[in-house]
Write a protein that binds this ligand. Structure first.
Ligand SMILES: NC(=O)c1ccc[n+]([C@@H]2O[C@H](COP(=O)([O-])OP(=O)(O)OC[C@H]3O[C@@H](n4cnc5c(N)ncnc54)[C@H](O)[C@@H]3O)[C@@H](O)[C@H]2O)c1
Length: 212
């Protein structure tokens, strides 16, 4: 599957979960087309390429479609995610309740400032860094969001790798690189830089016809 199709499939999955949460049971290709920014024909083609078939004129059953698309996206297993660095950005992400419909759970935060720790009765507890490894293992988390200051990013990354984390969303200004340990698949690292994205938007506003 190419990356454009993967993005569409992810959007279908997100839209399907939203439709399910408002009580709908059936969906038509054109409903998902709007959500994915594609035409209904593209939606039908994607599904048929993935071996998913709807009923003639009846659309698709949402629970079946969620199960099929979820299996293709590798959902169903743990999508537990932790956050390291629970300051302004980390806390905002911890309190955001829009990840759950996508099947992603923020299950714990970590920080090195005792004033930031919370008790375990909180929906997303914030633990000291000394609890990193045992908590990550206990929660079966595979992905971490790094929201520590620049100076702590590389060290945090290393600690998370040692604790068994395989996927990273890095907000710190340090560009973290994927590592590969023998016998294991490479780590997945996405570096987020809002300034770069904004620069690109400004560039495209200034030179609208040069970027496709
Ligand atoms: N990607 C972007 O576009 C973007 C935009 C804004 C900020 N940022 C970056 O995101 C990061 C977080 O920003 P913020 O405003 O939330 O910062 P913040 O200072 O509010 O929070 C940082 C948190 O990390 C904790 N921390 C510091 N060192 C630590 C360590 N070694 N281990 C564990 N926790 C540690 C601090 O106690 C604090 O709670 C910074 O690196 C900032 O530069 C990125």
């Amino acid at each position: 599957m190419n990356s454009e199709m993967l993005i569409r499939i992810t959007r279908y999955y997100r839209a399907l979960n939203r439709l399910k949460s408002v009580g709908l049971e059936k969906v038509f290709a054109h409903n998902l087309a709007d959500a994915a920014g594609a035409s209904a024909a593209v939606v039908r083609k994607d599904f048929s390429q993935l071996g998913i078939h709807g009923q003639k004129r009846g659309g698709y059953e949402i629970p079946d479609l969620i199960a099929s698309v979820g299996a293709i996206l590798g959902k169903g297993g743990s999508q537990n995610t932790v956050i390291v660095g629970c300051g302004r950005i980390g806390k905002a992400l911890i309190h955001y309740n829009g990840f759950e419909p996508d099947g992603i759970s923020i299950v714990a935060g970590f920080d090195n400032d005792p004033l930031v720790y919370s008790d375990t009765s909180q929906p997303v507890p914030i633990y000291p860094m000394s609890k990193l490894e045992e908590t990550i293992k206990a929660l079966d988390a595979q992905v971490a969001i790094i929201t520590v200051p620049e100076a702590s990013a590389a060290d945090t990354y290393e600690k998370l790798v040692n604790a068994g984390i395989r996927g990273f969303l890095n907000f710190s200004p340090v560009t973290l690189k994927s590592q590969r340990a023998e016998g294991l698949p490479p780590l997945i690292v996405h570096n987020i830089n809002i300034a770069l994205e904004l620069e690109q938007i400004f560039y495209e506003l200034q030179f609208p016809n040069t970027v496709r």
